[in-house]
Design a protein around this ligand. Structure first.
Ligand SMILES: Nc1ncnc2c1ncn2[C@@H]1O[C@H](COP(=O)(O)OP(=O)(O)O)[C@@H](O)[C@H]1O
Ligand SMILES: Cc1ncc(COP(=O)(O)O)c(N)n1
Ligand SMILES: [Mg+2]
Length: 498
């Protein structure tokens, strides 16, 4: 494992070294291994055996690296970096296999996973039949797991026909006789099958591992990904069968998420490894503009309840009246509905305090107070693209908000207010002081309404972008007309400021 220092403690990071070919199209090979390991939280070092020119049409060229240089890469990594598991992909020559075996004899690892890559799905040859004898006689006996697809299993078995799951079961047993501890015969290419069945044999028991067959063209790299994911789970310390099952589930889930991705013009699109990132970004991120703070509508379920409105109706009406950003103080059920309303209107929506609700509803960000989760932690949970606002009353707090990665600050209470008990009023002078000290845009909050919004904007500091209001909108009988009136007042105030 790779060790890192973390507050004085050594932290072990599981480490897979892949020995494989580079795929310029990046669905398979070295690129698949790196992305799969990254997705599963495992460190991956890379020994490149060949560089291929490949795309969704096929393999246009293969450039094999000199064997002694492959040996040098392995030595660099193995002699220094505490590798747990070695995974092999494209080993295009007999010499390359010998170099690998020599290296792992010199630097033993916890497990060797062999994906006996021979032919790309496009039909192009990546390792010719001249490697078969050394695969059978020297590589497989060293392997903890070998993962042939149907064609590769057939080559290893001298051309045996494999067309059914029963054939795969026999193949797994016969390949096991060549010496590997475990065999996984993959059935991705099984003709006319409704599911994707792989057969696993550990020398004693045979298991049929099934999954839904995903209807997609984006399968280029599934084999490499499966093998490196198994290696990643083994590096974490899982037993073989568990590692295989988890890796298969990862492949199935990622195929499903990436099934409609359109990359390239050829018949086989690339596998999409980084599904987690995609899940977080199901909606294009809303970049923050300081001018979003102009008319900042903060919901209040008590007030809306009093007027007999649902939160989503209140949000719709506020947007109709010109609200430029919405903050929700109401939770998960309301959040999902309001997020979709705001996104359809292009208005950003933030969640008050609750990072979990923001994540679950895919809101644009959160607004936190001084006693909530620290801004730096909120940033690390929400990622670089979400909007974070923080309430600040003092110059020191404004400075910290900026250092810790907030996008804007809310400053107040400017005037006394009933919506927040025990909230210190800082007045227009306090607001001005915070604005002048803040490197971030500011929205004023606290007791602001139609009668005094003008006086707030009149303090005339350039980074005061707008006002955040609760009662002025949601304690009114008609939210949209109250919002319109406030919008007009703010517009005039900004015009006189210019
Ligand atoms: N369309 C699919 N839906 C679900 N799983 C699939 C699909 N195609 C392949 N798989 C799975 O992906 C893994 C790689 O299998 P396979 O495609 O046979 O290997 P290779 O990419 O080496 O040819 C296996 O676990 C297989 O069952
Ligand atoms: C460099 C390289 N290595 C391996 C494969 C096999 O790809 P698959 O995972 O689809 O079997 C490939 N096409 N290119
Ligand atoms: Mg393969």
């Amino acid at each position: 494992m790779v060790s890192t220092e973390n507050n004085g403690h050594k932290m072990k990071i599981p480490h897979v070294m892949t020995v494989a070919g580079s795929d310029s199209g990046a669905g398979a090979g070295i690129q698949a291994d790196l992305k799969a390991c990254a997705a599963l939280g495992v460190y991956c070092s890379t020994v490149i055996t060949a560089v291929t020119a490949q795309n969704t049409v096929g393999v246009q060229g293969v450039n094999i690296l000199p064997e002694d240089f492959v040996a040098e890469q392995m030595k660099s990594v193995l002699s220094d970096m505490e590798v747990d598991v070695v995974k092999t992909g494209m080993l295009p020559s007999v010499g390359m296999v010998k170099v690998l075996l020599h290296s792992i004899k010199e630097y033993p690892v916890q497990a060797l996973v062999v994906d006996p890559v021979m032919v790309a799905t496009s039909g192009d040859v990546l390792a010719g039949s001249s490697v078969l004898p050394v695969f059978r006689q020297e590589l497989l006996p060293m392997a903890d797991l070998v993962t042939p697809n149907l064609k590769e299993a057939s080559y290893l078995l001298g051309g045996m026909h494999l067309e059914t799951v029963a054939d795969m079961r026999s193949a797994a047993k016969l390949i096991h006789d060549m010496g590997p501890r475990n065999v996984l015969v993959k059935g991705g290419d099984l003709p006319a099958s409704m599911d994707a069945v792989d057969v696993f044999f550990d020398g004693v028991n045979l298991y049929e591992l099934g999954s839904t067959r995903i209807n997609t063209r984006n399968t280029h790299g599934t084999g490499c990904t499966l093998a490196s994911s198994i290696a990643a789970e083994l590096a974490k310390g899982l037993p073989m069968l568990s590692a295989v099952k988890i890796a298969k589930r990862y492949v199935e889930t990622a195929l499903n998420y990436g099934k409609d991705m359109a990359i390239g013009r050829g018949p086989q699109g690339p596998f999409d490894h980084l599904l987690k990132l995609k899940v977080c970004r199901s909606v294009a991120p809303r970049a923050f503009c300081p001018s979003d703070l102009f008319l900042y509508a903060v919901t209040d379920s008590g007030m809306n309840g009093k007027w007999g409105r649902s939160i989503s109706d209140a949000v719709k009406a506020a947007i109709e009246g010109g609200a430029t950003i919405v903050q929700l103080r109401d939770f998960i059920e309301a959040a999902k509905e309001c997020v979709s309303i705001c996104h359809s209107k292009g208005v950003p929506i933030l969640i008050n305090d609750r990072v979990d609700v923001a994540l679950a509803s895919d809101a644009d960000g959160v607004h936190v107070g001084q006693s909530d989760m620290p801004v730096s932690l909120v940033r690390s949970l929400l990622g670089p693209e979400k909007i974070i606002g923080v309430s600040c009353k003092t110059l020191q707090q404004a400075h910290e908000a900026w250092i810790n990665g907030a996008d804007y600050i809310g400053s107040g209470g400017v005037f006394p207010t009933n919506t927040k008990a025990n909230n210190k009023t800082i007045g227009l002078d306090g607001l001005k002081e915070v604005c002048l000290a803040s490197k971030l845009p500011v929205v004023a909050i606290g007791g602001i309404g139609l009668s005094n919004a003008h006086s707030v904007m009149e303090i005339n500091v350039p980074n005061l972008e707008g006002v955040a209001v609760v009662s002025a909108l949601f304690n009114a009988e008609c939210v949209s007309s109250a919002t319109k009136q406030l919008h007009e007042i703010l517009k005039q105030a900004v015009q006189t400021r210019k």
